[in-house]
Design a binder for this molecule. Sequence first.
Ligand code: NAP
Length: 263
Amino acid sequence: MKIETVLITGASSGIGEVLAKKFGDGGYNLVLVARSKDKLDVLAQQLSTETNSKVWVEPADLSSSDATIKLSTNLNKQGIEIDILVNCAGVLEHGNFIDLPASSHQGIIDLNVSGLTNMLSQFIPPMVARGKGRILNVASIAAFQPVPSLASYAATKAYVLSLSESLAEELKGTGVSITALCPGVTATNMVEKAKQESGGLNIPDFIVSDVEDVAAEGYRACLKGEVICVPGVVNQAATLMGRATPKWLLRRISGAMGRYTLK
Ligand SMILES: NC(=O)c1ccc[n+]([C@@H]2O[C@H](COP(=O)([O-])OP(=O)(O)OC[C@H]3O[C@@H](n4cnc5c(N)ncnc54)[C@H](OP(=O)(O)O)[C@@H]3O)[C@@H](O)[C@H]2O)c1
């Protein structure tokens, strides 16, 4: 039987790195993508030794407009077909919108929106042609409501969730499933960096998820073809409450929480 190949963006750290390990343990071959070739090489070496997976390293800056075409051309040349695509690469800048430079907002959009969309444009059509495939897009619980102090980031994640839900319907009957993983605050470099750059954030420990748990939920939901996956009871309760709350009240609550975390 053919061993399926999973391409994971953002595999050099955090949720993407743990997802790579989960797919490796699950018997899949892996294509690891991020900018840090050195980190990807170390992970590839580890996964090749600990699992039976073949692992390819494809360094790329996915915020650049031609990166996905170059990546897919490179894979085609090597005869590598992608059966599962995990879009995990993402960036976040924390702070009030007007305190961040325009380049920060653009950088978030270039990777979280354009990079992810380009990956889908490149890799979904061959999956549909083969009648089989899976996509895991990493969104966030920030996708469900406005998040003052993370305004651009939350807007990009709302885009990822909306796009994933639309595509889930468009792709019905094609054999290709699409899942939006919507983690809450998760203990990774992303949160550490935001804390350091903002001079400390007030984030209560009980809302911080473990990266292993988040990746395990994403892996499970992707293979089951669930459309939306929110890992953790606290995050599930928050999104449920958000849906049941009038928009004006949700904005006020989000505003108060944004001001609290920035202190
Ligand atoms: N941590 C959280 O609280 C949280 C919550 C909800 C959703 N998420 C989402 O989860 C995903 C993973 O984040 P994480 O928490 O695991 O953070 P992380 O450890 O900082 O990982 C981010 C990954 O994205 C890659 N990346 C960044 N810029 C890139 C670029 N221009 N081109 C290619 N790859 C790039 C990074 O690798 P290089 O630097 O090597 O390129 C790294 O592998 C993101 O989409 C994030 O929005 C995180």
